[in-house]
Design a protein around this ligand. Structure first.
Ligand code: ACO
Length: 323
C-alpha cells in the first residue's frame, strides 16, 4: 500500500451557469436531446476566470480546511488539458499565488484521466522524501470548444477540484492502480493542435484549438475499457468488485456511467454522479465529485473508493484508494 491521508477536498466553479435551454437559443439543439443523450442539464462557464484562478481558489480552500500554511507544501500537481499557457505552468502559478515557498509545481496532462494519473504520481512522491502536497484538476474547456459545433459544444464545462495529501502511518492511501494509453486511437478525440509552421518548415499546418471528437468511438472505448480497468485494479488489490464502496468515475456522460455499472453488475447507487450540474469538466470532474461527496458526508473513513478516468489519448487510469 502507498500510504497517504486526504486531509481536505475542495472545488471551485465559475459563477456563470449555462443551461441546455441557453444553448438551445445559441444553436440547433434542445434540452431533450442533451439530457437524454448525456444526462447533462447545465454547466459552469468562465467569464474571465482562468484555469489558474480556479486552481488557486481550490488550493486556498484546501489549506484553510486542513489548517495548514502554504509553506508546508512540498509539491503542487495540476492535472489539466486547458492550461493558460504552455509556460509558465498552472502549477507554478498556483505555487506563486498562494506563497508555497518550498513547493515545486508540475502540470500533468492525461486529459480526462489526468487527475487519476496525478494521484498516482503524488502517491509515489509521498513514499519518498515529500511530506505534503496538493493534487488539483482544473479546466477551462469552454476556451477549447467550437461554439458552432453542437456535437461537442453541449458536452463540456469549466471547474476545478482537488485534494490535500500528506504522509501517514494510518492504513489509508492507494491500494492498487492501473494506467493505460491507447495512442493508436488518439484521433478519436483531439483538441489544441499547435501550428507546425516555422521558416524551416513552411508547410501550412495551422493551429486548430477546438475539440474534434468521434463521440461513438469514445463511447465504445469507455464502456469497454473502463470495466476492464476496474476489474484489473480490484484484482491487483486482491479484492473483489463487491469490496469497493464507491466508484467515482470521470463524469463525461451519465449513459457511460450507467453502462459501466451494468457491465460490472454493481448497483448504480455505488456510482454517484453530478454530470447533470457540471457537464464534462475533464481532469476536474473526479475531484469535484469527491469534494461534493465529502461535503455531503457520503465519504466515510474505512471506505474503499475507485477513482477511474478515461478520455483523450486515448487513455484510462484507475486508482483504488482507502480513505
Ligand atoms: N443537439 C441535437 N442534435 C445533435 C446534437 C446536439 N447537440 N449533436 C449531434 N446531434 C445530432 C447529430 O447530428 C445526429 O444527427 P443525424 O442522425 O441526423 O446525423 C444525431 O444527433 C445523432 O448523433 P450521434 O453523434 O450519433 O449521437 P450519439 O447518440 O452518439 O450521442 C454523444 C453523441 C452524446 C457525444 C455520445 O456519442 C457520447 O457520449 N460519446 C462519448 C463522448 C465522451 O464521453 N467524450 C468525452 C471524453 S472526455 C475527454 O477526454 C475530453
Amino acid at each position: 500500500m502507498e500510504k497517504f491521508s486526504i486531509l481536505a477536498t475542495a472545488l471551485s466553479t465559475p459563477s456563470k451557469v449555462v443551461t441546455n435551454d441557453d444553448l438551445s437559443a445559441m444553436m440547433d439543439t434542445s434540452d431533450d436531446w442533451i439530457s437524454s443523450r448525456t444526462g447533462i442539464h447545465q454547466r459552469h462557464v468562465t467569464t474571465g476566470q482562468t484555469t489558474t484562478d480556479l486552481a488557486v481558489d481550490v488550493a486556498q480552500q484546501l489549506l484553510q480546511t486542513a489548517g495548514m500554511s502554504a509553506d508546508q507544501l512540498d509539491f503542487i500537481l495540476v492535472a489539466t488539458m486547458s492550461p493558460d499557457a504552455l509556460a509558465p505552468t498552472v502549477a507554478t502559478q498556483v505555487q506563486s499565488q498562494i506563497g508555497a515557498t518550498h513547493a515545486f509545481g508540475l502540470d500533468i496532462n492525461a486529459a480526462c484521466a489526468g487527475f487519476v494519473h496525478a494521484m498516482s504520481v503524488a502517491s509515489k512522491l509521498l513514499m519518498g522524501s515529500y511530506q505534503t502536497g496538493l493534487v488539483i484538476g482544473a479546466e477551462t474547456l469552454s476556451r477549447l470548444v467550437d461554439w458552432d459545433d453542437r456535437s461537442t459544444a453541449v458536452l463540456f464545462g469549466d471547474g476545478a477540484g482537488g485534494v490535500l495529501l500528506t504522509q501517514t502511518n494510518e492504513p489509508t492511501g492507494l491500494l492498487s492502480e492501473g494506467l493505460h494509453a491507447y495512442g493508436a486511437q488518439g484521433e478519436a478525440l483531439t483538441a489544441g493542435q499547435l501550428s507546425q509552421q516555422t521558416p524551416f518548415n513552411p508547410s501550412d499546418v495551422s493551429t486548430l484549438l477546438p475539440f474534434k471528437m468521434n463521440g461513438q468511438a469514445v463511447y465504445q472505448f469507455a464502456t469497454r475499457r473502463v470495466p476492464e480497468l476496474i476489474n484489473e485494479v480490484v484484482q491487483a488489490a486482491d479484492l473483489t468488485i463487491e469490496d469497493v464502496d464507491l466508484f467515482i468515475l470521470h463524469q463525461a456522460n451519465a449513459r457511460i456511467v450507467k453502462s459501466i455499472a451494468n457491465r460490472l453488475q454493481q448497483p448504480l447507487e455505488k456510482f454517484p454522479m453530478n454530470v447533470a450540474d457540471y457537464g464534462n469538466t475533464s481532469a476536474a470532474s473526479i475531484p469535484i465529485l469527491l469534494a461534493e461527496l465529502q461535503a455531503a458526508g457520503k465519504v466515510k473513513p474505512g471506505q474503499k473508493i475507485m477513482l477511474a478516468g478515461f478520455g483523450a489519448g486515448l487513455s484510462t487510469g484507475g486508482t483504488l484508494i482507502q480513505i
